[in-house]
Ligand binder design. Sequence first.
Ligand code: NAD
Length: 294
Amino acid sequence: MNDDKRIDGKAFSASVREKVKRQVETLQRDHGITPGLAVVLVGEDPASQVYVRNKAKQTVEAGMRSDEIRMEATATQAEVLEVVDRLNADPGIHGILVQLPLPDQIDETAVLDRIDPAKDVDGFHVINTGRLQVGLPALVPCTPRGCLMMLKDRLGDLSGLNAIVIGRSNIVGKPMAMLLLQESCTVTIAHSRTKDLPELCRRQDIVVAAVGRPHFVKGDWIAEGATVIDVGINRVPKDDGKTRLVGDVDYDEAVERAGAITPVPGGVGPMTIACLLANTITACCMANGIEEPA
Ligand code: NAD
């Protein structure tokens, strides 16, 4: 029975990527436009290399143009800004993503602020943050966009539901809370100074955990039938000396009470790249004044 409660992020992200592929075909056929996504990687961080390779692969599979710009770990700030300027000016590129973290000599904020907000498919630019805040069309960070898609797919109309977002980071917690507010949820944002968190959680229809602590949210924090979205990705040691990934929620406990819950791995994680592609479609359509194909 608990299998029915499991929200399958792998299958859902595949359906989002299929939709993106159809949208690309429509944009090419009806408007002669191929959406383009550029990913900039500075240095040789192994995890970043894997992310960038996966992003490029899925961009190509969706039928989009994919540019990968790899720069030495010793690249200067001016060199990185020059690349961003070039991509800003390229009409065939609709989305620009600079893979984080950047090497120490580079000011991350300065680089992210240099990206044309209309091409900011990560949704980190302060213009997009502000537009989301006031309810204007905006490019929204990929992970929260993916979480919202999953919630709407499972629950339909979210209006009037109580939702808690645990974590207030700029890339997950805050935009997630704003998206839920836009859906007319009553939103609580919890953080490291929040009091009585278990009790607060027990009052919620929706719990989104973005804390970065393994199994932080316990089963008895979850109201009977609530929907739980676990954003956390934590690597913990196993008995055999290897490691495994776990979420911020104690899945085995929480699944007994939740109505629906995302596992880790295989929940929110796969949605992030799918939403990056979806954001590139959004950016491409906004730039060309076209309504997004269905
Ligand atoms: P972060 O470290 O920037 O923010 C963590 C937040 O948790 C902070 O706002 C902090 O106030 C809150 N917090 C810390 N201790 C707490 C406590 N005891 N009680 C309540 N709140 C507490 O992290 P982030 O970048 O938002 O990421 C959160 C998690 O999500 C991480 O595990 C990260 O790896 C994961 N993540 C996953 C994806 C994905 O694609 N699935 C994307 C981004 C982040």
